[in-house]
Design a protein around this ligand. Structure first.
Ligand SMILES: *Cc1c(COP(=O)(O)O)cnc(C)c1O
Length: 806
C-alpha cells in the first residue's frame, strides 16, 4: 500500500536491513542467500512490531480490559510477511530498501514457507479471526499447537495423491518467540485420590511440559498487535541419565521423543473423526496448557478467581478444545477450592462454543474407557457435570428420549463421551457459522439441547479478512477500486457498495475485466512454469479448490466435465465457450473415495488435454498441494466459483466469499453462506441450481432412487458409464467401477438428483459469458456487495453478542 501508517518507519532503511543481515544472520551482502535476506527483512520488521506488541499488552493491563481467548486445534495462517508489510503500511519502503541491495521483495516473499497448521476452512477461519481481532483493537490471544510438520504436503504421482511431511520450519522461523517461562505441566493417566478434607488429588502416571511459542499478529494499519500462542511439548527431563549411563542411549531419550511426537503432525481429517488416542492427547495437551495460562494471567492481574467471566471470554473453535470445559472445572475446583456448583457457573459464563458441522459421523466422541484411562479426574468431573445437567433436564420435564440425547455420555452401544454435548452444556453461547447451518443445528443435532436451552444457539455467519483476500492477493483490483471510489473501503469493507454506482458503466466493466485478464495471465504463467500446462487466459476459468470430500461434490463437477467433453466432440459446430476447469484440494490420507476422485480428475485431465478434437475449448487442471498461498494466486484469477455441496451439508464455506470478493460469479446450491451471498449480490448475479436442504432431507426420507434418475438422463448415463467402463483409465478399466456403482446404488450426496439442474446452470453460464458487458456487471455487483462477509463484521458480532468486549 502506498500510504504508510508506521510512526517509526525510518527503521526500514537499506542501512538498517544490512545491519540486521550482518548482526543477526552473520553474513554480508555478498554471502547472503535469498533466505538470509528473507530472515533479515522479517527480523527488521519484527523490531518495529515488538514495540507495538508491548504497547498493546501494556494497554490491556492498564485498562483492565476483558481478554478474548480463541482456542483452536488449527490455524491455517499461510505466509506472514506480505500480511505484516501491508498491515504496517511499509510495503513500498521495504521494497525500495531491498532494491538498493539488488534484492527483489516479490522474490523473497515467494520463498517464505506457508504455515499450514490446519486442514481447511475451520483453520483458515481462525487465522482470519485473529487478524480481525487485532484490526478491531480487541485484546485477543489465539491458542493452538505448534505442529512441527503441520498439514502434509501433497504431491501428485501418476495422478495419485502422495503425502509428504511439510517442513515449514526447515530454515527456522524468524517470526516466533519461545517463552520458556510460560511452561506448564500436563498430566495423563494415573489415579485420583480423595483426601480426608474432601479435596481431590490427581496423580498422573505421565507428565510432560508445554512451552509457549508466540507469533505476533499485526492488525490493519498496525493498530494493535495480538499474540498467537502455540504450544510445543517436551519431556520433564530431556534425557534419562541413569538409562544413558547404563548404555541404553536410545531409551534414555524415549520420553523426549514421546513428548515431541505429540506436536509432530496435524490430524488430516476435516470432517471425519480421528479415533486415535494421540488425537485426544493433543486436544487435552493444548486445552490444559491454555486453560492454565489463562487462569494464571487472570489471577496475576485481577487476584480474584471469581471475576473470571468478567475478564475472560474463551471461544472453542469446534469441539476439538471441548475438554477445556472439564479442565477449567478441574482448575477451579482442585486448584482454587471452588465447589462444583460455583465452578460450573463460572465455567458456563466464561466459555462459548462454535459448531462447524452437522455430519453425525464428524461429531467427536471418545470411548469411555479411553477417556477414563487418559483423564481419570476429568472423567469424574464429566460424570458430575452430567448429573447436574440431567437433573436440570428433569426439572424442565424433558422426556426419556430427550434426556438420552442431552446426556454427555452416549449410553446406547459402546459408551462414549460426547464432546459436542460437553461443549454445549458448558457454554453460555453456542453458535453456528451461517444462517441455514444455525437453523439446522436447532432442528437436527441439537434439537433436544435447544429445547432445554432455547436462548443458547445463535448465528455468526463466517467472514474472511479483506486485507489478505483482496488487498494483498489482488493488488490490481485493489488499485482500480481505490482509483474509482477512494480509500474508505479499506477501513470498512461494506463501503465497497459504492461500486454499485459503476455497475452499468461499460468502460469500468472493461477495466475490471482487464484486471481479471491480467490475473489469469499471471496464473497461466505460474502453472506453465510449475506444471507445464498451457492455458488460454481468454477462456472462462472455472475453479473448484477446497478439501476433497464427497459432500463438496467434486464428483458432480467431474461428471459434468465428462458430459461437456462428450458434447463438444459430438457437436463441434456449436459456439462453445472455451473453459479451463481448475481443481485443487487435499484428501485425508485414509479417505479412499476422496483419493480416487483426485485420480479421476487427473485421468480426465490427461485424456481431455491431449485430445485434439476439443481444440482449445476445454482444459482440465488439477493443481497439487492446495494451500493458502495457492488460494491467493488462484482466486483473483477465477471467473467462476464452484460452491456445489449437497444442500444442508456445508456449514458455511469461506472460499465462496473470497471468490466473490475477487469478482468471480458463483455457481452454487442453496447451502451454507451461499444463501446469504445470493441475498447480498442479488439473484441475477449468482447462478443457483439444485435441491434445497429441505428437498434433500425429503428425498432421503422418502426413498431416493438414483438409478432411475441416471437411466432417464441420457447425458448423465453416458458420462457415468464412460467413467465406469474405463474410458479415462484404459490402464485399469475397473478403477472407477465401484465409485460409479455407488452413484447408481445409493448416491448419498445426490449427484444424480442435481445433475440435470447443474448442467443447465453451466450452459446458462456459457450464455452469460457471451454477454461480456453483462458478465462484467455481475462481477462488479459481486465485488460491491460482499463487503458484509468481512471477518471484521463477524468478529464485531462475536465481540458484542458473545464476548461482551465491544
Ligand atoms: C478459504 C480456504 C479454505 C476453505 O474453503 P471452502 O471452499 O470454504 O471449503 C480451505 N483451504 C484454504 C487454503 C483456504 O484458503
Amino acid at each position: 500500500m502506498a500510504t504508510a501508517f508506521s510512526s517509526s518507519q525510518s527503521k526500514l532503511t537499506p542501512e538498517r536491513l544490512l545491519e540486521v543481515l550482518v548482526h543477526r544472520i552473520g553474513k554480508d551482502e555478498h554471502a547472503a542467500l535469498p533466505h538470509d535476506w528473507l530472515a533479515a527483512t522479517i527480523y527488521a520488521l519484527r523490531d518495529d512490531i515488538i514495540e507495538r506488541w508491548m504497547t498493546s499488552s501494556r494497554q490491556a493491563v492498564a485498562d483492565g480490559s476483558k481478554r478474548v481467548y480463541y482456542l483452536s486445534l488449527e490455524f491455517l495462517i499461510g505466509r506472514l510477511l506480505r500480511d505484516a508489510l501491508a498491515n504496517l503500511g511499509v510495503n513500498e519502503e521495504v521494497k525500495a530498501s531491498l532494491a538498493e541491495h539488488g534484492v527483489d521483495l516479490d522474490m523473497i516473499e515467494e520463498i517464505e514457507p506457508d504455515a499450514a497448521l490446519g486442514n481447511g476452512g475451520l483453520g483458515r477461519l481462525a487465522a482470519c479471526f485473529m487478524e480481525s481481532c487485532a484490526s478491531l483493537d480487541i485484546p485477543a490471544y489465539g491458542y493452538g499447537i505448534r505442529y512441527v510438520n503441520g498439514m502434509f504436503r501433497q504431491r501428485i504421482a501418476d495422478g495419485w495423491q502422495v503425502e509428504y511431511p511439510e517442513t515449514w520450519l526447515a530454515h527456522g522461523n524468524p517470526w516466533e518467540f519461545e517463552r520458556r517461562e510460560s511452561s506448564y505441566r500436563i498430566g495423563f493417566g494415573g489415579e485420583v485420590n480423595g483426601e480426608a478434607d474432601g479435596a481431590v488429588e490427581w496423580k498422573p502416571a505421565e507428565t510432560l511440559v508445554a512451552t509457549a511459542v508466540d507469533t505476533p499478529v499485526v492488525g490493519w494499519r498496525g493498530k494493535r498487535v495480538n499474540t498467537l500462542r502455540l504450544w510445543t511439548a517436551r519431556a520433564v527431563d530431556p534425557i534419562r541419565l541413569d538409562a544413558f549411563n547404563a548404555g541404553d542411549h536410545a531409551g534414555a531419550l524415549a520420553d523426549q521423543v514421546r513428548a515431541e511426537s505429540l506436536v509432530r503432525v496435524l490430524y488430516p481429517a476435516d470432517s471425519t473423526p480421528a479415533g486415535q488416542e494421540l488425537r485426544l492427547r493433543q486436544e487435552y495437551f493444548f486445552s490444559s496448557a491454555s486453560i492454565q495460562d489463562i487462569v494464571r494471567r487472570h489471577v496475576q492481574y485481577f487476584k480474584d478467581i471469581r471475576t473470571l467471566p468478567d475478564k475472560v471470554a474463551i471461544q472453542l473453535n469446534d469441539t476439538h478444545p471441548a475438554v477445556s470445559v472439564a479442565e477449567l472445572m478441574r482448575v477451579l475446583m482442585d486448584g482454587h477450592g471452588l465447589d462444583l456448583e460455583e465452578a460450573w457457573d463460572i465455567t458456563r459464563r466464561t466459555v462459548a462454543y462454535t459448531n462447524h458441522t452437522l455430519l453425525p459421523e464428524a461429531l467427536e466422541s471418545w470411548p469411555l474407557p479411553l477417556f477414563e484411562r487418559l483423564l481419570p479426574r476429568h472423567m469424574q468431573i464429566v460424570y458430575a457435570i452430567n448429573a447436574m445437567v440431567l437433573r436440570e433436564a428433569r426439572t424442565k420435564n424433558m422426556g426419556d428420549g430427550a434426556i438420552a440425547a442431552i446426556s454427555i455420555i452416549e449410553e446406547s452401544g459402546e459408551r462414549r463421551v460426547r464432546m459436542a454435548n460437553l461443549a454445549f452444556t458448558g457454554a453460555h453461547s453456542v453458535n453456528g457459522v451461517a444462517a441455514l447451518h444455525t437453523e439446522l443445528m436447532k432442528q437436527t443435532v441439537f434439537a433436544d439441547l435447544h429445547a432445554m436451552f432455547p436462548d443458547r444457539i445463535n448465528n455468526k455467519t463466517n467472514g474472511v479478512t479483506p486485507r489478505r483476500w483482496l488487498f494483498e492477493c489482488n493488488p490490481g483490483l485493489t488499485a482500480l477500486i481505490r482509483e474509482s471510489i477512494g480509500d474508505a473501503f479499506m477501513d470498512d469493507a461494506e463501503k465497497l457498495a459504492d461500486l454499485n454506482a459503476l455497475a452499468d458503466d461499460k468502460a469500468f466493466g472493461e477495466r475490471i475485466a482487464a484486471v481479471k485478464r491480467a490475473n489469469k495471465a499471471a496464473l497461466s504463467d505460474y502453472l506453465r512454469h510449475h506444471m507445464n500446462v498451457r492455458l488460454n487466459p481468454d477462456a472462462l476459468f472455472d475453479v473448484q479448490i477446497k478439501r476433497i470430500h464427497e459432500y463438496k461434490r467434486q464428483l458432480l463437477n467431474l461428471v459434468e466435465t465428462v458430459a461437456l467433453y462428450d458434447q463438444i466432440r459430438s457437436h463441434p459446430e456449436r459456439d462453445w465457450t472455451p473453459r479451463v476447469k481448475i481443481f485443487g484440494g487435499k484428501a485425508a490420507p485414509s479417505y479412499h473415495n476422496a483419493k480416487l476422485i483426485i485420480k479421476l480428475a487427473n485421468d480426465i485431465a490427461r485424456r481431455v488435454n491431449s485430445d485434439p478434437s476439443v481444440g482449445g475449448l476445454l482444459k482440465v487442471v488439477f493443481v497439487p498441494n492446495y494451500n493458502v498461498t495457492l488460494a491467493e494466486k488462484i482466486m483473483p484469477a477465477a471467473d467462476l466459483s464452484e460452491q456445489i455441496s449437497t444442500a444442508g451439508m456445508e456449514a458455511s464455506g469461506t472460499g465462496n466469499m473470497k471468490f466473490a470478493l475477487n469478482g468471480a460469479l458463483t455457481i452454487g446450491t442453496l447451502d451454507g453462506a451461499n444463501i446469504e451471498i445470493k441475498d447480498h449480490v442479488g439473484y441475477d448475479n449468482i447462478v443457483i441450481f439444485g435441491l434445497t436442504a429441505e428437498e434433500v432431507a425429503e428425498r432421503r426420507a422418502n426413498g431416493y432412487a438414483p438409478r432411475e434418475i441416471i437411466e432417464e438422463s441420457r447425458e448423465l448415463q453416458q458420462a457415468v458409464n464412460a467413467i465406469a467402463s474405463g474410458v479415462f483409465s484404459p490402464d485399469d478399466p475397473d478403477r472407477y467401477k465401484d465409485l460409479m456403482a455407488g452413484l447408481y446404488d445409493h448416491d448419498w450426496f445426490m449427484v444424480a438428483a442435481d445433475f440435470d439442474s447443474y448442467t443447465a446452470a453451466q450452459r446458462s453460464v456459457d450464455a452469460r459469458w457471451q454477454d461480456r458487458a453483462g458478465w462484467n456487471r455481475s462481477a462488479i455487483r459481486n465485488i460491491a456487495n460482499v463487503g458484509w462477509f468481512s471477518s471484521d463484521r463477524t468478529i464485531g458480532e462475536y465481540a458484542r453478542d458473545i464476548w461482551g468486549v465491544m
